[in-house]
Write a protein that binds this ligand. Structure first.
Ligand code: ZN
Ligand code: ZN
Length: 337
């Protein structure tokens, strides 16, 4: 089959590789749409520590089951499915506490050591496979994984009806967070970015209130601050300053992936005195199924999110489009899928 292979950081090729083995507990899927994520860029650049090279990347995809292993029940050839890429070990301390997203031997389809979805076929454990609603197309199915990360973030926030939100970062993850806020009862949400064209796109395509990055711009919308401030840029400096926009007794959610080892400094007195909660959220935990449900219910404008589609052969061009920031979600559709 044809697949994208990252041999080592900086070395990407589209090539022929042997078709994956199904295995007794696995499901073989013909990939129909596969989204490019910031993590894929980090994998290509050698900036994602869990990755074992060479790897076929791709962890946001949907497709059609073509074969199932001998031990597999409940999934059959012809099923349209999405895949929760989390491959937790099931036996470590945290897995046994039901927290597979922070597994001590954490692995993921397309991000750790398991081949992913920028390929014509992918073999995954049957336990990771979810059936798609009949109404959901494959482009939307490839959005389930990023939405499930956002759902996990909202599970961490435990929002109340009427709460206000500020989201830093008008990239795909910021846009998904901003769209899910009203679905969680937000009375107001605003999106902040330094990139004016991204803000205009967010406003025009999704009718989201947008604001410049300066603190004065942000405070204009909520003089006392916001109940939930979601950092979705992955820039440590933004993660540090974002606390200034949190209302007393509010939450700061660190959603973006900041470079490991960088430090954000907070005024400890302010956190104590204003009862501020700083939260992390890591990938997917019991949130893939709910992500399917909220997508089915129309929480996300999936058609507006996917701005570019490329063939597998054009993967380098697809990556360049992501790097340029000129699109929102960029997807790869294997030839003939
Ligand atoms: Zn991702
Ligand atoms: Zn584990």
């Amino acid at each position: 089959m044809k697949a994208v292979i990252v041999d080592k950081p900086g070395s990407v090729r589209v090539d022929s590789v042997p078709d994956p083995e199904v295995g007794p507990d696995n499901v073989l899927i013909r990939v129909k749409a596969s989204g490019i994520c910031g993590t894929d860029i980090h994998i290509i650049d050698g900036e994602f520590p869990p990755t074992v090279y060479p790897i076929i990347p791709g962890h946001e995809f949907g497709g059609e089951v073509v074969e199932v292993g001998g031990n597999v029940a409940g999934v059959a050839a012809g099923d349209r499915v999405g895949v929760d890429p989390t491959l937790s070990c099931g036996t470590c301390f945290f897995c046994q506490r039901g927290q597979g997203n922070i597994c001590e031997r954490w692995n993921g389809v397309g991000v750790g050591s398991h081949p992913g979805g920028f390929a014509e076929y992918v073999s995954v454990p049957a336990r990771t496979v979810y059936p798609l609603p009949a109404s959901m197309n494959f482009a939307t199915a490839a959005l389930i994984e990023p939405v499930s990360c956002v759902v996990r973030g909202f599970h961490r926030l435990r929002p109340k009806v009427g709460d206000t939100y500020l989201i830093y970062g008008a990239g795909p993850m910021g846009l998904l967070n901003a769209q899910l806020a009203p679905f969680n009862g937000a009375s107001f949400r605003a999106l902040s970015d330094i990139n004016q064209s991204r803000l205009e796109r967010a406003r025009d395509a999704f009718d989201i209130t947008v604001t410049g990055a300066s603190f004065a711009d942000v405070r204009e919308h909520a003089p006392r601050g916001f109940d939930h401030v979601i950092e979705a840029t992955g820039v440590t400096n933004v993660a540090e300053r974002a606390i200034e926009a949190v209302i007393r007794c509010g939450n700061l959610l660190l959603f973006g992936v900041c470079p490991p080892g960088e430090t954000a400094a907070y005024d400890a007195f302010k956190v104590y005195n204003e009862e501020i909660t700083i939260l992390g959220t890591m990938a997917v935990l019991n949130s893939y199924g709910p992500a399917i449900d909220v997508l089915k219910a129309g929480a996300i404008d999936a058609a507006a999110m996917v701005t570019h589609t490329f063939d597998l052969d054009d993967f380098p061009e697809a990556v360049a489009t992501v790097r340029a920031g000129s699109g929102m979600k960029v997807q790869v559709v294997p030839d003939g899928a």
